[in-house]
Design a binder for this molecule. Structure first.
Ligand code: BGC
Length: 751
């Protein structure tokens, strides 16, 4: 007699064989049959067989047990996979592990629909690159795209199909810990970097086994949380939203980002996850986005405490009606959507539409051809942390460093016959180097600054002393560091934040160096030895003392696996620093929000007039402006020359300047182009970045850089909210920092 499980097993097999036959009999989608039409046919055929529960399963994303960013609500996710009630898993990686989970979905569910594996591959997967803000400081789009490419190659070899990146939130408040995850404060630069990252992750072909789905997040305006406190309220005009905050999401969508993630915050009183204006009117209708929208971690559930619904069931209805396709971790669709449907609060066609979008991408990834194509142990062994990936990361470290100060050519250091006091809590540190969101990165593989210096300059004599911890008030170690400094020719102090001090839920109300770090620096300074400070941090810090007292100051962000090597390359002059700040460094927290593209006001600052827009106790200018960064060489820039004094609609205006390397090193300058619309139907920023070019010049060399402006570069949301340029006078600036520019004027005429 057959036992019940055996009967069930055979029933399942019959069902499975039937499905396989159905799926295979109707023009199977092979790698060569990936037309939209063919995929839609397959999706429709599959959906025709799906139960409501299976459909809701496709709209459900649960975390595995590897790595979590919130409370793990479900420990029975494997049963959920088996029952077809979850279609996507995040925080699971590794060729073997993802294969095992995939086997459950493929072999043990009724329809065998493959799982989608997602993960926060933000700045590298195992080879960790500098944090996203650091990469942005390279202003090198090719390198940024290349970094995303390496991350995609590594992640896909370990079974991942989907990264929750890029984070494209404009961030003007350095108190917000997630400044570290984005591209900084500027909309135009943010757009270009968003495009570069999407292209890097997705490549040209989603069906390739080394590309993954990108996810533009966190939609929308998450970076504008009041007072820089994470998850806090966002409230801004539709104009500011569209002009400053939305364009990078749009750029990501235009670059083909396959998915979008909603943000935790509310916007104008409606949480983003239930915000139809954002998710349907703008994203779908205006921008034509056709991928799927996932929530952030339990953000459907969080609409209850937000206070716009009374319970999770209503929250799910609000989300689906707004345009959310997939529920991350909250199990709201899982628990309540069926009832909502029965009550007529949502429709079958809404559910079908969401499922169709999700399945379409699963087909595009080729998961129905071979569900295991991304879980490849051989590729994992061959492609992860290769010497080439590490070299690409090291190169990105060098490019991301920003030289903020270098008095008397303190840097670069010579490599021989030199005693260097290497001090500070981050000097011999590996753990913090990889920063927050370091995916599957292993900090034990990170190269510390000490190791990097030993490798790059083996003949230099390093006198190491920690000096102090990152964040406590222990002063007992200071004396030893001072003693090392006394014996040295130069002090290199590696200071800053711990990795946990930036990233999600890591906001700070004070942005000074933590703990007793400044006290240590003051005592080192008192030795009279040249003081080089290397900073690691996930955000702008308020460092006026350093600005005044360090002889050289290098912003190194959290530089990743190859951090110490890239930093040493710069300290010893093997690479001449070329990074520029993608975000303003304030003098103090009271200046925040401070960004270069402010408005002029009706009472622009006049030092001789009290009743103008300024503070009593701090200048209006930042400590280090957006776009700023020094080099070991010096560059001069000519006045900009314009091809005409007039620009007409649909015509071009060429802006040319000569950049010359006038110093003693070969080096790279980032020539930046800004415009200002002097009079508009609404007020315009005092400067807006509209282009940049990186120019490498040998010492003594010069080159011309030419930018092309069109009316698209002058366009904005006018007083009637139409988008376009307005005739009038414009100033065009060319410079090597937002505060160091030369200008010319032209007129935009609409005949
Ligand atoms: C973060 C997202 C992240 C998600 C999944 C959330 O807490 O806000 O950025 O993608 O967790 O890990």
């Amino acid at each position: 007699m057959r036992t019940l499980p055996a009967i069930l097993l055979s029933v399942r097999w019959i069902a499975l064989i039937a499905i396989v036959l159905v799926v295979n009999s109707c023009s199977p989608v092979s790698d060569t049959d990936k037309t939209d039409e063919a995929i839609q046919k397959k999706v429709n055929e599959l959906m025709a067989q799906m139960t409501l529960q299976e459909k809701i399963g496709q709209m459900t994303l649960f975390t595995s047990d590897y790595d979590v960013t919130g409370p793990t609500m479900r420990d029975n996710y494997k049963d959920d996979i088996k029952s077809g009630r979850v279609g996507a898993i995040f925080n699971a990686f590794g060729a073997d592990y993802t294969r095992k989970l995939q086997e459950i979905a493929v072999n043990e569910t009724r329809l065998g629909i493959p799982l989608l594996f997602g993960y926060d591959v933000i700045h590298g997967f195992r080879t960790i690159f500098p944090i996203s803000l650091g990469e942005a400081a390279s202003w090198n789009l090719e390198a940024i795209q290349g970094a995303a490419r390496v991350a995609a190659v590594e992640a896909t070899a370990e079974g991942l199909h989907w990264t929750f990146a890029p984070m494209v939130d404009i961030a003007r408040d350095p108190r917000w810990g997630r400044v570290s995850e984005g591209a900084g404060e500027d909309t135009w630069l943010g757009c270009r970097i968003a495009e570069a990252r999407v292209k890097g992750f997705q490549g040209d072909d989603l069906a390739a086994t080394n590309t993954l789905l990108a996810c533009a997040k966190h939609y929308a305006a998450y970076g504008a949380a009041q007072a820089g406190r994470d998850y806090h309220t966002v409230d801004m005009s539709e104009r500011a939203l569209r002009e400053f905050y939305l364009p990078p999401y749009k750029a990501a969508a235009d670059a083909g980002a396959a998915t979008f993630m909603t943000s935790f915050n509310e916007l104008d009183g409606i949480p983003a996850t239930g915000n139809k204006h954002l998710l349907t009117n703008i994203l779908r209708h205006e921008w034509g986005f056709d991928g799927f929208v996932v929530t952030d971690y339990t953000s459907i559930n969080e609409m209850v405490p937000h206070g716009v619904v009374t319970n999770e069931k209503e929250a799910g209805e609000l989300a689906l009606n707004a345009g959310v396709d997939m529920d991350m971790q909250g199990a709201v669709y899982y628990n309540h959507l069926e009832q909502s449907l029965n009550e007529g609060k949502v429709t079958v066609s809404q559910i079908d539409q969401a499922v169709r979008r999700i399945l379409t991408l699963k087909f595009k990834l080729g998961l129905f051809d071979d569900p295991y194509r991304y879980s490849d142990l051989k590729r994992q062994q061959e492609l992860v942390m290769t010497p080439q990936n590490l070299e690409t990361a090291r190169d990105m470290v060098r490019r991301s460093l920003v030289l903020l100060k270098n008095n008397n050519q303190t840097l670069p250091l010579r490599k021989e016959k030199i005693n260097i006091a290497l001090v500070g809590p981050l000097a011999d540190n590996q753990q913090e180097l990889i920063g927050s969101w370091s995916a599957a990165g292993d900090w034990k593989k990170a190269v510390s600054v000490m190791e990097g210096m030993k490798t790059v300059a083996p003949a230099a004599n390093l006198l190491f002393a920690t000096g102090c911890n990152i964040a406590d008030d222990t002063t007992a170690m200071i004396a030893q560091a001072v003693a090392a400094a006394a014996k040295a020719d130069v002090v290199v102090a590696v200071m800053g934040e711990a990795a946990w001090m930036s990233g999600e839920a890591a906001c700070r109300s004070q942005l000074d160096l933590p703990g007793v770090q400044q006290e240590l620096l003051q005592q080192l300074k008192a030795t009279g030895k040249p003081l080089v400070v290397v900073l690691m941090n996930g955000r702008p810090l308020t460092i006026p003392w350093l600005d005044q007292n360090a002889d050289a100051l290098v912003e190194a962000w959290f530089p990743g696996t190859q951090g110490g090597l890239g930093i040493a390359d710069v300290l010893f002059g093997d690479y001449n620093p070329s990074g520029k700040l993608p975000v303003t460094f304030p003098r103090n927290v009271g200046q925040i929000p401070i960004h270069y593209n402010m408005k002029n006001t009706g009472r622009p600052m006049d030092p001789n007039n009290k009743y103008t827009s300024k503070y009593l106790d701090v200048p209006n200018t930042p400590l280090y402006p957006f776009g700023f960064g020094l080099s070991y060489t010096s560059f001069t820039l000519s006045e900009p020359r314009l091809s005409d004094t007039v620009l007409l609609p649909a015509k071009e205006l060429k802006v040319t300047a000569t950049v010359a390397n006038t110093g003693n090193y070969d080096g790279e300058e980032t020539v930046q182009l800004y415009v200002r619309d002097l009079v508009g139907s609404v007020t315009r920023p005092v400067k807006e970045l509209k282009g940049f070019q990186k120019v490498f010049l040998k010492k003594g060399e010069q080159a011309e850089v030419t930018f092309t402006l069109t009316d698209a570069d002058l366009s904005f949301y006018r007083s009637d909210m139409t988008f376009g340029a307005e005739p009038g006078q414009f100033v065009v600036y060319v410079g090597n920092s937002s505060d160091n520019v030369k200008s010319a004027t032209f007129t935009y005429l609409q005949k």
